[in-house]
Design a protein around this ligand. Structure first.
Ligand code: NAD
Length: 350
């Protein structure tokens, strides 16, 4: 039995989660996966109900689960709370508590969204990239200091931190096109030299995977001028933060981007976007990022590749049929709401 803690959160969170559950229930029925789902309070709505954004009951629920499916948290209503009570701090605590050192973001181009991207027609055909970003090390977590005239942030990586992240990239590259791009700045950074060394060491364990080392500045350029060359990317925290957002421009909308944070006993699956307070409660939100996050949960927690692919194929087909939520609408599209989009996707899964 796979136990999933479901944390709808704030803003569009409850509606995208409720809609994605239509897909989950269909998958459960078709593939006979033994799931159990239990909801927990999290974020601003948890603060309103209990006085804290991450209540003890939710902590217990999360720790007793195999995976967490999260909507989104935050909104103007809670922006003026002190830092520890803000919804976003609950998210940081959740990631830390679960030991999630690996953030995975697949970015795919959909032909049906051609009019939503800035590239020339046909240029992104076939682009399908997975970025593995190290999430708990590097400059964001290193020693920091500040005097009146000076400030510093330290980038530090241990061999083990690099190994565990990069090996996940190799594992996936081995199952996909057997190409791995490792992004660093080894011409100037000592941590990058260690990074490169460890990646080459792991390569001996996965000899079929071809490794390309790229400097981060060149990688940023290559993602624009030749995105088709990439398949699986591994990189450190800050480079990954920047490059995964840059790569996101390929998908056409924030509402299309799923994510998985892996590394602990319990993994976290959530859309890459926020709580979109401007469209909350209006059945306008795109549920696809959440539905594709469910596919990642099927792949990485349930180890059910067939079910994961069935969800991804269903998304492709619904988009190819011309259905769109408002964020991905355009000439000739059939505009549908959050719930209808999820129903269309669920109905295709057989
Ligand atoms: P946002 O991602 O919520 O929204 C940015 C824009 O994208 C908005 O116009 C929104 O309507 C649109 N959008 C986002 N998701 C969409 C979807 N699924 N379908 C259609 N349109 C969508 O970012 P923001 O406005 O900067 O932040 C709003 C709140 O979300 C803030 O409180 C912020 O702190 C929080 N936030 C939470 C997370 C998270 O929970 N992981 C991530 C980012 C931001």
């Amino acid at each position: 039995m796979v136990k999933v803690a479901v944390l709808p959160g704030d803003g569009i969170g409850p509606e995208i989660i409720e809609s994605s559950m239509l897909v989950v229930n269909k998958v459960k029925e078709v593939f006979e996966i033994d799931f159990s789902f239990q909801k927990g309070l999290f974020g601003g709505s948890a603060y309103d109900a209990t006085g804290t954004p991450f209540p003890t009951d939710t902590k217990k629920l999360v720790e007793e689960s195999d995976a967490v499916l999260l909507g989104a948290v935050g909104g103007p209503k809670w922006d003026n709370l002190e830092r520890g009570l803000r919804p976003e701090s609950a998210l940081l605590e959740l990631r830390k508590r679960l030991g999630l050192y690996c953030n995975l973001r697949p970015v795919k181009y959909y032909n049906a969204l051609e009019n939503k991207v800035v590239w020339k027609p046909g240029y992104l055909e076939g682009v399908d990239v997975v970025v593995f970003r190290e999430l708990t090390g590097g400059a964001y977590f290193g020693t920091k200091g500040r005097t009146e005239q000076e400030a510093y942030d330290t980038i530090s990586y241990s061999r083990e931190e690099v190994y565990r992240l990069a090996e996940r990239g190799f594992e996936l590259a081995q199952k996909r096109k057997k190409i791995l791009h490792s992004i660093d700045k080894a011409n100037v950074l000592e941590t990058s030299r260690l990074w490169r060394e460890v990646v080459n060491e792991i390569n001996q364990k996965y000899p079929e995977v071809k490794v390309e080392h790229l400097y981060v500045d060149n990688a940023a350029l290559q993602l624009v001028i030749n995105p088709r060359q990439f398949d699986v990317i591994v990189t450190e925290n800050m480079f990954g933060d920047i490059l995964s957002d840059q790569a996101a421009s390929i998908a056409g909308s924030l509402g299309m981007l799923p994510s998985a944070s892996l590394g602990g006993k319990v993994n976290l699956y959530e859309p890459a976007h926020g709580s979109a307070p401007d469209i909350a409660g209006q059945n306008k939100a795109n549920p696809i990022a959440t539905i594709l996050s469910v596919a990642l949960m099927l792949r990485f927690t349930c180890q059910h590749e067939e079910a994961a692919q069935a969800v991804e194929v269903a998304v492709d087909q619904v988009l190819a049929q011309g259905y769109a939520t408002i964020d991905i609408a355009g000439p000739g599209k059939k505009v549908v709401g959050t719930k209808e989009m999820a129903e269309l996707i669920a109905n295709i899964i057989k």
